[in-house]
Design a protein around this ligand. Structure first.
Ligand SMILES: [Zn+2]
Length: 239
């Protein structure tokens, strides 16, 4: 039976490994990839209709310009019509000229309104394309929000387990002497994988190399609490 402090160090390692797994599970959660992909898709759809969006703005500006022009023509024509009938102009020549002008204005207005109708049709077509894109983007955003809710739930479970493991580690680690814990921390910082391993039948369970009979014999003579490292992989051996 190995000295208790080594058993506790092995348990500490197990708990640290679990904590690292839990942190890794959060960092590499598959939902993170799905969220990124969905976000990228929404951005792509949005960028894909950028031209249509700009074209619609341009047409809307044109429409506004035509509206203003039509309003101006209306005002001008109302002015002429009023003068035609208020008796302020009496010369036939002038009256005829004003009637002609009013007719011209009406024709000009009709042609502007035709142009406006064309613009409205184009805007409608563009809007249909933009609406379809927006529906896709909205669906993506809904997906992202579902994924995020699912992720939060999953993270909460992982965090709860990590808190439990951490509190067990806190309880276990008090039984490990400081020097031993320092040696363990240094090893963990310098190499990946297992740094505390049982020595079973002369074989290190970290690297699975068998120590020489002489080494095993020497180790056997040491005090149960002496710190022994595997001469192959450097792991702290638990005897
Ligand atoms: Zn080893």
């Amino acid at each position: 039976m190995a000295a208790e402090q080594y058993e506790q160090l092995l348990r500490t390692q197990e708990l640290d490994t679990r904590l690292a797994q839990l942190a890794h599970a959060k960092a590499t959660h598959p939902l993170l990839v799905k969220i990124d992909q969905t976000r990228a898709h929404a951005a792509e759809v949005g960028a894909g209709v950028q031209d249509e969006r700009e074209e619609r703005h341009r047409l809307e500006r044109d429409q506004k310009r035509l509206d203003d022009e039509v309003a101006m023509l209306d005002a001008k024509r109302a002015d002429i019509e009023a003068k035609l009938y208020d008796g302020s102009v009496t010369a036939t020549k002038d009256l005829l000229a004003m009637q002609e002008e009013s007719k011209n204005l009406a024709e000009r207005k009709a042609s502007l309104e035709d142009a406006e109708l064309e613009i409205m049709e184009q805007v409608e077509e563009l809007q249909a394309v933009l609406d379809r894109a927006q529906q896709e983007i909205d669906a993506d955003e809904q997906k992202i929000s579902d994924f995020e809710a699912e992720l939060a739930e999953s993270f909460a479970e992982l965090d709860a387990e990590a808190a439990q493991v951490q509190s067990e580690r806190d309880a276990v680690v008090v039984s490990v002497p400081t020097e031993l814990l320092d040696a363990y921390d240094r090893l963990r910082a310098s190499q990946p994988g297992i740094v505390v391993a049982r020595l079973v039948g002369g074989t290190c369970q970290a690297c699975h190399m068998t120590l020489s009979a002489m080494t095993v014999d020497q180790i056997g003579k040491l005090d149960a609490e002496a710190l022994v490292h595997c001469d192959q992989c450097g792991a702290i051996l638990v005897r």
